[in-house]
Design a protein around this ligand. Structure first.
Ligand SMILES: NC(=O)c1ccc[n+]([C@@H]2O[C@H](COP(=O)([O-])OP(=O)(O)OC[C@H]3O[C@@H](n4cnc5c(N)ncnc54)[C@H](OP(=O)(O)O)[C@@H]3O)[C@@H](O)[C@H]2O)c1
Length: 285
């Protein structure tokens, strides 16, 4: 991976942290995005120390806020003129409905729109760096996701799992639509289920989070194991020209019927563009 520039979101813990660590161990230049200054700096220093790779740096951003996604992209582009591997990994589950500071349902803001906007802002550089790869961390939870385009943010009907499932379904629809749009370029985009992984996932939900973590930990795999499919998609020559697929345990896997619905993918793309545009106009006003 020497000479490759990689950007990993959500690398302060869990699957993202192992992903960044292993990419750095393989010699890549690694940039991580985190939202807590001390934690993000600490992980960056740990990765440098553990791997002996000095080319590891960080950018601070709360990715649920579109202004911060834009600032993070700008900061990245001001320091790097190439991006070979983008790993959209930062994600969360919320047990109560919340809205981001942009007024968007928080699960969709972080788990889907941050992937969409960050990728869009970096896409010209990714294309210019080809061969390049985009990897979107999704989940088997997408199978309980539906796309109710009249109520995508769950204003009328909301549950944590419903929105989480929807956001992870959105990751797959986004991956497939982006792959179609990138046809003819040497940029691939794939998504994956990492397994049920022992991480900090869902721990942000008070007592509910503690119980959920204990239940998840019963049958879970380690973060090292959980990062394997992401790392496979980021580094393996076996997937050099493979694009638009959903992977599990380093193998392509059929995702839910709706995740293969091209009309739904196009509609989600339009909705995402509108949301990004609306927020940008609000902030300019
Ligand atoms: N764990 C599982 O069993 C499992 C299963 C299927 C899919 N996934 C997916 O795997 C991905 C990684 O999750 P994980 O299990 O590694 O969970 P995790 O340990 O909670 O890690 C999530 C990462 O996302 C970051 N993050 C959360 N909110 C953020 C925000 N607003 N802005 C910027 N960064 C933010 C966290 O940063 P902080 O350190 O600041 O919180 C952390 O680095 C997610 O997309 C998740 O949906 C996980």
């Amino acid at each position: 991976m020497k000479g490759k520039v990689c950007l990993v979101t959500g690398a302060t813990g869990g699957i993202g942290k192992v992903t960044a660590l292993e990419l750095a161990r393989q010699g890549a230049t690694v940039v991580i995005i985190g939202r807590h200054p001390l934690r993000t700096e600490g992980v960056t220093e740990m990765i440098k120390r553990e791997t002996g790779n000095p080319n590891v740096s960080y950018i601070l951003a709360d990715l649920s806020k579109q202004a911060e996604v834009r600032r993070a992209a700008q900061e990245f582009l001001s320091k790097h003129d190439q991006l070979h591997i983008l790993v959209n990994n930062a994600g969360a589950f919320y047990s109560a409905r919340q809205e981001s500071t942009d007024g968007i349902e928080l699960t969709m803001a972080l788990n889907h729109l941050a992937y969409f906007l960050l990728t869009d802002l970096l896409l010209d550089t990714i294309k210019a760096s080809a061969p390049a790869r985009i990897i979107n961390v999704s989940s088997e939870a997408h199978r309980m996701g539906t796309m109710d385009f009249n109520d995508l943010e769950g204003k009328r009907k909301w549950s944590g799992w419903r929105m989480y499932g929807r956001s992870k379904l959105a990751n797959i629809l986004f991956t497939k639509e982006l792959a179609r749009r990138l046809a003819g370029t040497d940029v691939t985009v794939n998504c994956l289920h990492p397994g049920v992984v022992s991480t900090g996932f869902a721990a942000n939900n008070g007592v509910f989070g503690i119980v959920m973590r204990k239940l998840m930990d019963l049958g879970s795999i380690s973060a090292e194991k959980g990062a394997e499919t992401t790392l496979y998609l980021a580094t393996s020559p076996e997937v050099d020209h493979v694009t638009g697929l959903y992977f599990d345990k380093k193998k392509p896997r059929e995702s839910s019927p709706i995740s293969n619905d091209q009309a739904a993918a196009e509609k989600l793309w339009q909705w995402s563009e509108q949301k990004v545009q609306q927020v940008s106009e609000q902030q300019a006003a």
